[in-house]
Unconditional design. Structure first.
Length: 227
C-alpha cells in the first residue's frame, strides 16, 4: 500500500524547515519535489535541478502547466523571477564545484553510518544513476526523505546497506514517515517523531541502531493544517 497524501505533505513540510534563506538547494524526484510548495514565502531560495534549471518555483496550477518546463523527474514546475535555464553540463558543473548547499533525495536504504543506496535494485530496470553520486559527494548537506520500511515491511534504515551504494558516509539527516534522524558522530540520533507513533514503535521497525535526542520533538497530526 502506498503512502497517503497527508503523510507525504508532512514529510515535505518538515524537510522545508531545513532550508535557510539564501541557499541553493537541489531536489530529487518524488516527495522532495513537493518541498517548494511549503517554503515560507519570505524566504529567498534558489532551487536547482540537474536537467538545467536554477530558480524553480512551486507546482503550477492545474491546466496552467508549461510543457517545456519540468523538474529532473519530468513533472511540471514554475520558474521564479530571476530564474534561469541552461544545459545539463552547466547544472552538473554547479554540483561538482560544490555550489549546492543542500540536496534532498529519496533512498532505498540508508545505513547507520550514513551510507546511501538510492539508485538501483539488482535485476530491476532503472533509467540510470542520474546525478545522485555527484550530489551525495559534493552537496554541503545531504537530506534523505523516504518511507521507513519497504513494501514488504523491511526497515530501510539498516546496519549495513545490502544494495549497491551511491556514496559512503554522506547522509546528514533522514526524514521518514515515522520520524527524523540526524547523523551525529557517525551514529543515528532520533530527534523528531510524527504522532501518533511512539519510540517503541520506531525501534520495532528499525534495523539500524540509534540513540535518542535529549529533547525529542513530537510533530502533531495537525501539522499540515493551514497548508
Amino acid at each position: 500500500m502506498g503512502m497517503g497524501k497527508e503523510m507525504k505533505i508532512k514529510m515535505a513540510k518538515r524537510a522545508a524547515e531545513e532550508i535557510k534563506d539564501g541557499m541553493i538547494v537541489n531536489l530529487g524526484i518524488g516527495i522532495p519535489s513537493l518541498i517548494p510548495d511549503f517554503l515560507h514565502p519570505d524566504r529567498f531560495v534558489m532551487f536547482q535541478a540537474e536537467n538545467g534549471i536554477l530558480g524553480m518555483g512551486s507546482s503550477p496550477p492545474l491546466m496552467q502547466e508549461d510543457e517545456n518546463l519540468c523538474n529532473a523527474g519530468g513533472f511540471p514546475v514554475t520558474l521564479n523571477q530571476g530564474g534561469a535555464y541552461f544545459d545539463s553540463a552547466t547544472a552538473f558543473g554547479m554540483i561538482r564545484k560544490g555550489y549546492i548547499d543542500m540536496t534532498i533525495l529519496g533512498s532505498l536504504e540508508v545505513s547507520e553510518k550514513g551510507d546511501l543506496a538510492n539508485w538501483i535494485v539488482p535485476g530491476k530496470r532503472v533509467p540510470g544513476i542520474g546525478g545522485a553520486t555527484e550530489l551525495a559527494a559534493r552537496a554541503k548537506k545531504v537530506v534523505v526523505v523516504m518511507t521507513h520500511t519497504d513494501k514488504y515491511g523491511n526497515s530501510k534504515l539498516v546496519k549495513s546497506c545490502k544494495l549497491p551504494l551511491t556514496s559512503r558516509k554522506c547522509v546528514d539527516m533522514i526524514i521518514t514517515d515515522l520520524g527524523v534522524f540526524h547523523l551525529v558522530n557517525e551514529g543515528l540520533v532520533l530527534t523528531d517523531i510524527f504522532e501518533p507513533y511512539s519510540i517503541d514503535e520506531i525501534k520495532g521497525k528499525t534495523d539500524a541502531d540509534f540513540s535518542l535526542s535529549e529533547q525529542i520533538r513530537y510533530i502533531p497530526e495537525s501539522y499540515i493544517e493551514g497548508v
